[in-house]
Design a protein around this ligand. Structure first.
Ligand code: NAD
Ligand code: TYD
Length: 356
């Protein structure tokens, strides 16, 4: 497939910015159109290094704005869509589920319907087109501590408003393939970490707190398990799947890298302290056990063998190596962190953790 104009939604966010960067640098012959509403999580500073490239365009827009999405697709003659825009934080979804239904469900539907109308209006219709939806392993629910893994066949059983909204959007994407013949692909990825992640998520939040010697709010007993993947490995998988994945397929993406939260917290403390030249154990007492997250999923773990076997993708980094790179990045980019933790975010954060 030789795509010429690709919309990447949510390209000013954490994962989206890595995908935009990869596509803009790797495919100078493509036009990459980043569509982002710039919510609290969207930050154009994430893309400073590529914003002047001739094959890049930023459009500030809400994916729920169907008319704007349709006109943009017509104007740019879009033949590929990589859809990452979403509300992405479980804790926020517990406080404000409506926003999650609006963006994750209605926004996805608006994009699907705009793509349908545009592509069906062309003589070649869906030929050479692709709608690639980026989803999460959280749609599968929670695993027990028994070594089992989420496969592409695992039943959907979302528990949080975030995962319920993502599950719903996945169903809509598949429905557009089954009903209208739209060439869609869905991938479900495990927890990502790396540069440019908004510091409401575990890893950047805790790196910043350790640096400033602020308490580390570990939910429950810290025994929950997540499967962590370095964000650039996810972006590479997205590139491979966008170009070589089979239409209508689902691929799970994960690093076979399960960690208990409390073990990650200890690794983060040790890494930050070492890089800042603090004595070993200096910040262990920052660990603060707080009230557990409501409906907290015990364990996520992905079986990504299908992707590895069929498309030859492999994670490139060991976790300790990835964490070292990540901690260094946040310590070296304190301006970025100060910028995103000022103003509205700080007020939200104070409110969120009041009483925990
Ligand atoms: P993020 O919250 O960092 O970024 C989301 C981006 O979407 C932001 O730039 C935001 O401005 C934009 N956005 C939000 N609502 C919008 C709207 N209505 N219209 C246009 N833009 C809007 O999220 P992320 O962590 O980069 O996640 C990106 C995608 O990957 C999401 O779909 C998420 O469900 C999925 N995912 C994330 C992870 C993870 O660990 N972060 C894992 C698996 C899948
Ligand atoms: P998070 O980064 O929010 O991702 P997700 O909920 O999508 O997995 O959280 C990762 C894990 O860390 C999750 O089990 C919740 C836990 N956690 C804490 O213990 N304390 C925190 O302050 C945060 C943000 C998360």
């Amino acid at each position: 497939m030789n795509h010429k104009a690709i919309i990447i939604t949510g390209g000013a966010g954490f994962i989206g910015s890595h995908v935009v960067r990869l596509f803009v640098n790797k495919y100078p012959e493509y036009k990459v159109i980043n569509v982002d509403k710039l919510t609290y999580a969207g930050n154009l500073a994430n893309l400073k290094d590529i914003e002047e490239k001739p094959n890049y365009r930023f459009v500030k827009a809400d994916i729920c704005d169907f008319d704007a999405m349709l006109s943009l697709m017509q104007e740019e003659k879009v033949d590929g869509i990589i859809h990452l825009a979403a509300e992405s934080h479980v804790d926020r979804s517990i406080k404000d589920p409506f926003t999650f239904a609006r963006t994750n469900v209605m926004g996805t539907l608006s994009l699907l319907q705009a793509a349908k109308l545009y592509w069906e209006s062309l003589p070649e219709k869906y030929e050479g087109k692709r709608f690639y939806h980026i989803s999460t392993d959280e749609v599968y629910g929670a695993l027990k501590m028994d070594g089992s893994l989420f496969t592409e066949e695992t039943k959907y059983q979302p528990h949080s408003p975030y995962s319920a909204a993502k599950a719903s959007s996945d169903h809509f994407v598949r429905a557009y393939h089954d009903t209208y013949g739209m060439p869609t692909i869905v991938t479900n990825c495990s927890n990502n970490y790396g540069p440019y992640q908004f510091p409401e998520k575990l890893i950047p939040l805790f790196i910043n707190n350790i640096r400033h010697r602020k308490p580390l709010p570990v939910y429950g007993k810290g025994e929950n398990v997540r499967d962590w993947l370095y964000v650039e490995d996810h972006a590479r998988a997205i590139d491979i799947i966008f170009h070589k994945g089979k239409t209508a397929e689902t691929y799970n993406i994960g690093g076979f890298n399960e960690w208990k939260n409390i073990d990650i917290v200890k690794l983060l403390i040790a890494t930050v302290d070492r890089l800042l030249g603090r004595p070993e154990g200096a910040d262990d007492d920052l660990i603060t056990y707080v009230t557990d997250r409501a409906g907290h999923d015990l364990r996520y773990a992905i079986d990504s063998r299908k992707l590895q076997k069929e498309l030859g993708w492999e994670p490139s980094l060991q976790f300790e190596e990835g964490i070292e790179k990540t901690v260094r990045w946040y310590l070296d980019n304190q301006d970025w962190m100060d910028n995103v933790t000022s103003g509205d975010y700080q007020r939200y954060y104070d409110d969120m953790y009041k009483g925990r």
